[in-house]
Every structure is written in C-alpha cells, then in structure tokens.
Design a binder for this molecule. Sequence first.
Ligand code: OAD
Length: 250
Amino acid sequence: MGDSAPGVPGLDLAGDWVTRAASVAVLTGAGISAESGVPTFRGAGGLWRRFRPEDLATPEAFARDPRLVWEWYNWRRERMAEARPNAAHFALVNLEARIARFTLITQNVDGLHERAGSAKILKLHGDIWRLRCTSCGADWPDRRATLPKLPPHCACGGVVRPDVVWFGEPLPAGMIEEARHAVTNAELLLVIGTSALVEPAAGLIPLAKRSGAKVIEINTEDTPFSGLADFALRGPAGEVLPQLVERASR
Ligand code: OAD
C-alpha cells in the first residue's frame, strides 16, 4: 500500500485495485453531476418547491397534475441543458478505454455521461431528453431546455411524458438483468454519488459484494452501504475520481 493523497485516505490502495481489475462495473447517481450544476434529489439544494421526488416522480402524480410534474421537469431540463460534463464524467471515459470489461450503470437521466464520451451506458431510469406519448407509446428525442406548452401533446392527441422511470414503474426491459449480470461478473464495483436509497439500483451494491467484487464508494457523505464498501472515499467525485483513475494509469 502506498501513501494516501492528502484528505482522501485509501486512494493509493483503491488505485491498485482498479489497476488489477479486469472487469469493472460502475454505478452512478445524481452526485456525479452535482459539480456540473445539476441539483441532486436529496440533501442540500435537492428539493424543488419543497416537493420530494417520491411525490412528483410517480404515474399517480402525473395523472393527477401533469402540468405540475412537467414544471418540475422543465426546471430540471433547464439546469441540465446548461450543465457540462465534469472531471468525474471524463475520468470514467478514460477508465472505460483501459478496462477490458467495463459497464457503466447510471440512475441519471441528464445525458452527461454520453456528452463526456462514455460509449456504453445502462440508463436504468431512462433519459430526460426523450419524450413518450402516454396514449400511442411513440417516443422521440427533444433537447429543448424547456417545453413551452404544458403538458405537451402528441400528434395523436395523447398527453406526452418524459421518457423516464417513475417510482412504482418497471425499468426498461432487460436492463436491470444486464446490470445485475455486470456486477455479478465484476471484480470491482465503483459506486459514485448515489444515496443508494432507491431500488432496484441500490440492490446492485450488496449483489456485487456477495458475488466477490471489491466495492469502492465515492461520495461526499455516508450512505447505507458505506459500511459494506471495502473503501469509502470521501470527497467530491470531480476531485476524487480523476485522482483514482490517474493512480490506476501509472
Ligand atoms: P440522491 O440525490 O438521492 O443522492 C445524491 C448523492 O450524491 C448523495 O449521497 C450525496 O451525498 C452525493 N453527492 C452530492 N454531491 C456529490 C459530489 N460532488 N460528489 C460525490 N457525491 C456527491 O441521488 P440518487 O442516489 O441518484 O429516481 O437518487 C436515486 C434516484 O432517486 C434517482 O435516480 C431518482 C430519484 O428519485 C427517479 O426519479 C426514479
């Protein structure tokens, strides 16, 4: 074990693990985009007009008040449209280029991993830059920062929703199975910027551990899985992750 970077104990040993791993899975959450200016769901600055995501990101909330739910999505789209990928997103692009078997699993809908250049991404919770008709099921991309007329309507007359996964809805077909396959076969799982409170994504962490993977968590705070992680690296992802990947590149 080498020396640790000041302020981030364990970075050198974690870097050795990344260097040695032939297969790496990564699970990201809203915290990886915080330094890009995208608000997280929970924690400081995470709430919109005092609504919890569990109260807005549901099919019931949309059926009751589609305009309110769309106002929240417009607020989020505006911030995401202004955001640029940060050093953590780019560090994952570098890592992908160096690891033979690499799977990026994200709960984020902001598109910043693609914009950074990550090639293959399992988007567990969908994509805020796509829309879907609740009536005919058509879906299409829409990158406007805000949608002008709420709720939007489809050519067929149906109400249009964001093409994202809401609480109580199933994930896109086959996606959680693919994610489980990746973590089950990974030698190392990096868990970055997620509060790890939402299933089934959170369940990937104990699954990886049970399957023999080492788990490294990068987060500014403790999470329910910090104790299970082999390393909990404390700090902003945009600072810690590039240092980790840099150590693994030596
Ligand atoms: P959360 O908002 O629940 O958690 C964000 C996490 O990022 C917290 O643990 C913070 O401590 C951490 N964090 C904040 N800034 C950070 C930084 N600069 N570097 C590293 N970590 C940082 O977001 P998620 O875990 O992604 O789902 O939330 C999971 C799901 O709940 C979302 O995908 C969304 C939400 O409801 C749906 O809408 C279905």
